[in-house]
Design a protein around this ligand. Structure first.
Ligand code: FES
Length: 163
């Protein structure tokens, strides 16, 4: 099981499942609770939900892949969201995304091999006047350039300092 201590996980899983009646309409809420607890939906959680609801695990798995809000991949310590909305796109957000990908060796939707960074693209961060913009966890960075991105990632311990 993915870095989860079995005893702890069993107790946690039980406490989540017991919040809900054994009805399929609560499957999404259960998945969200697991994700809140672990920052992603562990595969073992899918098995537990399926067992609790007495449905095949494949059914829960399909639901999990259907909902964009559910992630089955463990996210990095730092989640980088680069805006690729219209205002940011016309100000070269594509280059920013490419540069981050090059520096960290990840593509949008991926997590670096050291588990430090996840890269995502979003449609608007609500700060279009500062385009192009990205946010790392809760910290916003605007008027980005390729050079600025390198410096910012250095602060977070990215491999940019090896370039
Ligand atoms: S389009 Fe990028 S912040 Fe709005």
């Amino acid at each position: 099981m993915e870095n989860l201590k079995d005893g702890d996980f069993t107790a946690q899983a039980e406490s989540i499942l017991q919040r809900y009646p054994r009805e399929q309409r609560f499957a999404l809420a259960m998945m969200q609770d697991f994700q809140k607890e672990y920052d992603y939906l562990p595969r073992e959680a899918i098995r537990r939900i399926a067992g609790y609801l007495e449905v095949p695990p494949g059914k829960i798995y399909s639901l999990a892949t259907f909902y964009k809000a559910i992630s089955m991949e463990k996210k990095g310590k730092y989640i980088i969201k680069v805006c690729d909305g219209t205002a940011c796109h016309i100000r070269s957000s594509t280059w920013i995304i490419e540069e981050i990908g090059k520096l960290l060796g990840i593509k949008p939707g991926g997590t670096s091999a050291d588990g430090r960074f996840s890269l995502e693209t979003v449609k608007c961060l609500g700060t279009c006047a500062l385009a192009p913009v990205m946010v790392i966890n809760d910290e916003y960075f605007g008027s980005l350039t390729v050079g600025k991105v390198k410096k910012i990632l250095q602060r977070y311990g990215g491999r940019a300092d090896e370039e």
